[in-house]
Design a protein around this ligand. Structure first.
Ligand code: ZN
Ligand code: MN
Length: 478
């Protein structure tokens, strides 16, 4: 039998990084909080409590939608998606059914250096459910997450391999972070994936019934689960002589590294969608959308290209920066303010990133982009050496503050005064050892001058500008 072609589509849920929940004023930032302390009558669906849409969350969703090339219809609305689950207080989710906030986009991404495109069906807004916690034979509900805004992003079935799925999902996460619509912190469950997988014999054959893998919460799980599912479906196809008859929903068991059958798939009719009567439709005026369009910053793919082609960064440096959107935006500031994009990249990728512990964010740094730019400038001006700059950064790391002040307060300034350096050099050249060193140098042993430079450093307690010492020496010896 000829090789079967996998067809993959994704549904991504990304938490909007708005301060409050989708339809009430409760905080969205509830990670690690005592259960049921970030709730109110609205998100608990008490009788009579009415939802009020969060404008900031809607704007963030529109900005994300624009970044992935979606069209924003003038009218969209919220709908009730009815289903029963203990962590869903009202017995329905407020989502968007037939008139989502955005449609028809595409994301360009790279797999092993090759550019691919995945079409986006839609991005819509909805609220999250709470969480069930199973402990010692009991189940508990924590509603802190209930009502937190989510963007649901649905792709067309354009993805052909587990590797593509993972690369696409990572690029999407970067885009959402760059436009400041989601933090996409996988560890905190801010981004989750459902992957639909089916097989075909030929590219233009109609789609066969898919299996949807639910709730994958890491890029690694996404890739492994799709791998497993393709193999499982291939075996089933060979045994049954064709594709499955019905669509199914499966779960990923991470410990076992396999998917398991959950149920035959629900259809839209099972959810009995109807328009949410308590929320008026969203009207996206052209002026509003145009304003939000201005806030869509340069996308990762374009950024990587510009770093390589215009700023002269290496491919790996460009990738490292763009892979970390918050650090990358910090880099942009340092590059601009220092006027030296290459040095800014070196300092951030080797010294700053090297000092950052796992999980630390740019926000937690004790110094600003201004401070780091200033550090780079005073090295360029010869005020301090590269070695001293690392010491200054160590101090900034702990105490914060301006490198200029640190250098002055601690008397770290390099001696760049030619007159003073000349005097010291003359003195050393007068000594026996100094004379010997020059003789040896002139007889062809270039490294003999190292002795003189070493003595100057000793005299100035390491604060002489080495470049200048060398220049003066060369002039004197000829
Ligand atoms: Zn609430
Ligand atoms: Mn959803």
């Amino acid at each position: 039998m000829s090789k079967l072609i996998p067809t993959i589509g994704l549904e991504i849920h990304a938490q909007v990084n708005s301060k409050s929940k989708m339809f009430c004023a409760c905080t969205s930032d509830n990670f690690g909080k005592e259960p049921n302390t970030a709730v109110c009558p609205v998100c608990m669906a008490f009788p009579g409590a009415l939802p009020m849409p969060n404008k900031a969350a809607i704007e963030k969703a529109i900005r994300a939608a624009l970044a992935i090339g979606c069209h924003i219809p003038e009218h969209s609305k919220f709908d009730r998606k009815n289903y029963f689950y203990p962590d869903l207080p009202p017995g329905f989710q407020i989502s968007q059914f037939d008139e989502p906030i955005s449609e028809d986009g595409e994301v360009h991404y790279e797999v092993n250096g090759e550019e691919k495109v995945c079409r986006i069906t839609r991005l819509h807004l909805e609220n999250d459910a709470g969480k069930l916690i199973h402990q010692g034979g009991n189940s508990f509900c924590d509603f802190n997450r209930a009502g937190v805004p989510l963007m649901e992003i649905v792709t067309e079935p354009d993805i052909k391999s587990p590797e593509e799925a993972s690369a696409f999902a990572q690029e999407l996460a970067r885009i959402l972070q760059f436009v400041n619509s989601s933090e996409c912190d996988m560890f905190k469950g801010m981004m989750r994936f459902d992957a639909s997988v089916s097989l075909r014999e030929k590219e233009d054959d109609p789609l066969t019934p898919r299996a949807e893998i639910k709730n994958l919460n890491s890029f690694r799980a996404l890739e492994s689960a799709i791998h497993y599912e393709i193999n499982r479906q291939t075996k089933a196809w060979e045994e049954n002589g064709g594709p499955p008859e019905k669509e199914s929903t499966v779960g990923w068991v991470d410990d076992l590294g396999e998917t398991k059958f959950l149920r035959w798939k629900e259809s839209a009719a099972d959810y009995r969608y109807f328009p949410e009567p308590d929320i008026p439709p969203i009207v996206a005026t052209k002026e509003w959308v145009d304003e939000l369009k201005k806030e869509v910053v340069e996308l990762p793919l374009a950024r990587r290209k510009r770093y390589e082609e215009k700023l002269g960064l290496s491919k790996s440096d460009a990738h490292l920066l763009v892979d970390n959107p918050k650090l990358c935006l910090f880099y942009e500031e340092v590059a601009e303010k220092s006027g030296d994009p290459k040095k800014a990249a070196n300092w951030i990728l080797s010294e700053v990133l090297g000092r950052m512990k796992e999980g630390m964010t740019v926000k937690e740094l004790n110094f600003s982009a201004d401070n780091l730019a200033e550090l780079i400038r005073i090295i360029d001006e010869g005020k301090i050496s590269g070695k001293q700059a690392k010491e200054v950064l160590d101090i900034m790391w702990v105490e914060g503050g301006s490198p200029d002040t640190i250098v002055k307060d601690r008397g770290m300034e390099q001696v760049s005064d030619t007159g003073e350096l000349e005097k010291i050099i003359d003195q050393i050249l007068e000594t026996e050892q100094g004379k010997d060193a020059v003789e040896t140098y002139k007889s062809g042993r270039k490294q003999a001058l190292g002795f003189v430079v070493g003595q100057v450093m000793k005299e100035t307690k390491g604060s002489a500008n080495p470049k200048m010492v060398n220049e003066i020496l060369m002039k004197k010896i000829g």
